[in-house]
Design a protein around this ligand. Structure first.
Ligand SMILES: NC(=O)c1ccc[n+]([C@@H]2O[C@H](COP(=O)([O-])OP(=O)(O)OC[C@H]3O[C@@H](n4cnc5c(N)ncnc54)[C@H](O)[C@@H]3O)[C@@H](O)[C@H]2O)c1
Length: 386
């Protein structure tokens, strides 16, 4: 195979970003698009001069489609992905890979069973500060992790939520800020800090007329006794993005500055936090801390980079920057926070699959798609850039 011929499913919003990136990528070609909205499918197909259809089975069954990207609302990701994997076609799914841990399990199992390449669009992992943070954690320079902190505070208007019937409903997307806006931040938290074993959360709907939460917080307990705290909200502007990971040997902080750039700070602790405490003979002795300058890699980032990497993974076995199987971790955390927030009780991770399915089924029964008039197909402009 000299190039990967892609079909894109769901081209109303984010899927158009996929089409643009694919059409600009070496070794990749856009060959077909699909959307249940025929007018959308026709318009995007026309723009790129490729055939369109309204049923994803028809797109995936095409002989000239080698691989599929999925940018439908989240509930559809698993069924479309599994259909493609079972036909041997690599899948790059938008985030979150699924709404429930049970559906995410099925995707992961299908990827393992079929051996088909599976990626998830967690494109922020490719940004320089996050690549550098990933390298620091992987190098073991933090030592044992004692604490994590994530603040992801952003803004969404009522008009945003009213822009499509599926948005911010239990039946349409199965969650609010935790399910839709926070997954990138929660993915980075679990990628760098691991999965907690216990989650005690608070969720609420404060500023919007929506069924689902627009704020969520949680206390985390990790298997090693480490602790963490999460705050996610769409009720603030200017936004805050802060991640801290504090370990025995080092501490890292990534924070967005007022210009919107991410700044990474890393401190080395010698001989370590506990080692320094155990060794101290002076009452007020603190282990010395040194700020270590970190050079951020000058590498491409964003959707285009994830699509380039996915293409090269298919063609040449390049390691995935954002493996689909790792998409399960953020779904664990999202589901745990939603369940704990709604029930007022701590939730163990891994989340009890059948309990979560029964809990969500009840919420979906009372849920109604919003009556909003024609959907407005404008996805986050910040994310559509290559
Ligand atoms: N990675 C990112 O930064 C990012 C940014 C925005 C959205 N997303 C994700 O992309 C997905 C889509 O979000 P959006 O904002 O583009 O939504 P959207 O409503 O603008 O577009 C979704 C499109 O999917 C179509 N669709 C629905 N069901 C379908 C089906 N079964 N088969 C084919 N087409 C179907 C709809 O008609 C619509 O055109 C979501 O999962 C969202 O979380 C990711």
């Amino acid at each position: 195979m000299g190039e990967v011929r892609y079909g894109v499913v769901g081209v109303g919003g984010m899927g158009q970003g996929h089409c643009k990136c694919i059409s600009e990528l070496a070794d990749a070609r856009l060959v077909a698009v699909c959307d249940i909205d025929a007018a959308v499918a026709q318009s995007v197909g026309g723009k790129y001069g490729v055939p369109y259809c309204t049923d994803y089975h028809d797109l995936i069954d095409r002989d000239d489609v080698d691989a599929v990207t999925i940018a439908t609302p989240h509930y559809f990701h698993p069924e479309i992905a599994i259909y493609a994997m079972e036909r041997g076609k690599p899948v790059l799914s938008e985030k979150p890979i699924a709404v429930t841990v049970s559906a995410a399990d099925e995707m992961v199992a299908a990827a393992k069973r079929t051996g088909v390449p599976f990626g998830v669009m967690y494109q922020t992992r490719t940004e320089p500060a996050w690549r550098a943070a990933g390298d620091l954690v992987k190098s073991g320079k933090l030592g044992e992790i004692y604490r994590t902190l994530l603040i992801y505070a952003d803004f969404r208007s009522q008009a945003y939520y009213d822009s499509a019937g599926w948005r911010a409903t239990w039946i349409g997307e199965g969650g609010g800020v935790l399910m839709n806006q926070s997954p990138h931040a929660l993915d980075r938290l679990t990628w760098l800090g691991g999965l907690p074993s216990k989650v005690t959360a608070y969720t609420a709907t404060r500023n919007h007329k929506i069924e689902v939460e627009d704020v969520g917080m949680a206390m985390l307990e990790y298997p090693n006794g480490g602790i963490g705290f999460i705050h996610c909200s769409v009720n603030e502007t200017p936004g805050t993005l802060l991640l801290e990971i504090a370990g025995e040997k080092g501490k890292l902080r990534v924070m967005t500055n007022p210009k919107g750039q991410q700044e990474l700070t890393f401190w080395e602790i010698d001989p370590g936090v506990k080692a320094g405490s155990d060794a101290a003979t002076e009452m007020w002795h603190k282990p010395p801390v040194t700020e270590i300058p970190v050079t951020l890699p000058d590498l491409p980032s964003g959707h285009a980079e994830v699509l380039r990497n996915f293409t090269q993974h298919i063609l040449n076995g390049e390691p995935l920057l954002s493996p689909g199987v790792e998409g399960l971790n953020s779904v664990e955390l999202i589901d745990a926070m939603i369940l704990s927030g709604k029930t007022g009780k701590p939730v163990q991770v891994p989340v009890d699959r059948s309990k979560y399915d029964a809990f969500l089924d009840k919420l979906k029964k009372r849920s109604r798609p919003k009556k909003t008039g024609p959907d407005k197909r404008v996805t986050d402009t910040v994310n559509i850039k290559a």
